[in-house]
Design a protein around this ligand. Structure first.
Ligand SMILES: O=c1ccn([C@@H]2O[C@H](COP(=O)(O)OP(=O)(O)O[C@H]3O[C@@H](CO)[C@H](O)[C@H]3O)[C@@H](O)[C@H]2O)c(=O)[nH]1
Ligand code: MN
Length: 371
């Protein structure tokens, strides 16, 4: 069946293909409303903050929960690359998962309803987005041609209609939009009530502010690039975890001819984090990005970089070399990017890796398992 004939998607949960990663420093009570959609899947919960705090997981879910002690024990010195006191800690879950797809969601997000009043199964829509091609080279004005009731419009080159594999699916949010602190401060009461029934490929060469609140990706295609940086405790910046991963993963997707989609599915974001606290955490990012983003926009990776991991190592080197004048932190970040790839390859050995390395991880003490 040609890709543009994929019009619907079996609602049977693909539990062997996807893990759900949740960072939390608060509570997991939100899982109750997601139960119909999440219960079939394995959850990887990354508990941030005080590891002695007991965070209750509602009964009936299949999960692994990792706190900071687990991360330190499992990664050893390489744990230094995983943020503490920042939602970016979630990338530890991406590292230890063995599934092809990841869906990551924040603990203050709830099930939204579509205009017909139907509960939105975000997992199902993300899987549809990821399992159908993207069209980064030529914009289809009727948006995603692989969706029910859409197709390529007149003038769309037939040579491009196969599309490319989709690596990232970026979902959106009703109610509290993902605004930065200054915008939150001047528009504290603004709520997003606009449901746009569209999924579109972000064109090659265009970057975007990737929000991790409602995000899915193909680990096998782009996993190594989904490092959420060194943020939070002990770092000069926070809340740019997903932004960093967004810039890096989009550059690498463009280089490897992989696609990134944004739009459906929506979820309901309920909690506005404190804008004054957020401003203190993210303000350096507001002006650093004015220099970092043009760096990404003008960067070309060598053609020898033919995997996400190789691209990422090269990118870390270029960031260290070209951006270190911004702040000494950039050097630490670039080094942490390399540590991340080392840790990634410990857990996800490349085909030619020595089996002994892979076995070493089998001795790692298992985390707290579901009942
Ligand atoms: O120190 C922390 C802070 C938060 N978390 C967990 O991370 C997510 C997001 O936290 P929160 O909802 O407070 O932040 P938002 O501003 O609404 O979210 C956006 O900002 C980014 C912050 O990194 C995030 O990726 C975006 O979605 C929650 O699950 C918190 O529990 C944490 O683990 N440690
Ligand atoms: Mn939130």
């Amino acid at each position: 069946m040609a890709p543009n004939q994929v019009k619907s998607f079996p609602s049977v949960p693909l539990k062997d293909e996807l893990d759900i990663v949740i960072p939390t420093i608060r509570s997991l009570d939100f899982l109750e409303v997601w139960r119909p959609f999440f219960e079939p899947y394995h959850l990887i919960i990354v508990q941030d903050g005080d590891p002695t705090k007991v965070i209750k997981v509602p009964d009936g879910f299949d999960y692994d929960l990792y706190n900071r002690n687990d991360i330190n024990r499992i990664l050893g010195p390489k744990a230094s690359c995983i943020s503490f006191k920042d939602g970016g800690c979630r990338c530890f879950g991406f590292l230890v998962s063995k599934k092809k797809y990841i869906y990551t969601v924040d603990d203050d997000c709830f099930v939204a309803k579509d205009p017909n009043g139907k509960d939105i199964n975000t997992v199902e829509q993300h899987l549809l987005n990821l399992k159908t091609p993207s069209t980064p080279f030529f914009f289809n004005t009727l948006y995603d041609p692989y969706r029910e009731g859409a197709d390529f419009v007149r003038g769309y080159p037939f040579s491009l209609r196969e599309g490319v594999p989709t690596a990232v699916s970026h979902g959106l949010w009703l109610n509290i939009p993902d605004y930065d602190a200054p915008t939150q401060l001047v528009k504290p009461l603004e709520r997003n009530t606009r449901y746009v029934d569209a999924v579109m490929t972000i064109p090659k060469g265009a970057f975007y502010p990737m929000c991790a609140m409602n995000l899915a990706f193909d680990r096998e295609l782009i996993g190594p690039a989904m490092y959420f940086g060194l943020m939070g405790d002990g770092q000069p910046i926070s809340r740019y975890d997903d932004m960093l991963a967004g810039w890096c993963s989009k550059l690498i997707c463009d280089h490897l001819n992989l696609g990134v989609k944004t739009g459906l599915p929506y979820l309901w974001h309920s909690k506005a984090s404190n804008p004054f606290v957020n401003l203190k955490k993210e303000y350096k990012g507001l002006f650093w990005q004015e220099e970092i983003i043009p760096f990404f926009q003008t960067l070309t990776l060598p053609k020898e970089c033919d995997t996400a991991a190789k691209c990422y190592v090269e990118l870390a080197k270029l960031i260290k070399e070209k951006l270190n004048h911004i702040d000494p932190y950039i050097v630490r970040l670039a080094d942490a990017m390399i540590t991340w790839i080392d840790a990634w390859e410990d857990f996800n050995p490349p085909a030619e890796a020595v089996p002994a390395v892979a076995n070493a991880k089998k001795d790692a003490v298992p985390p707290k398992k579901s009942k």
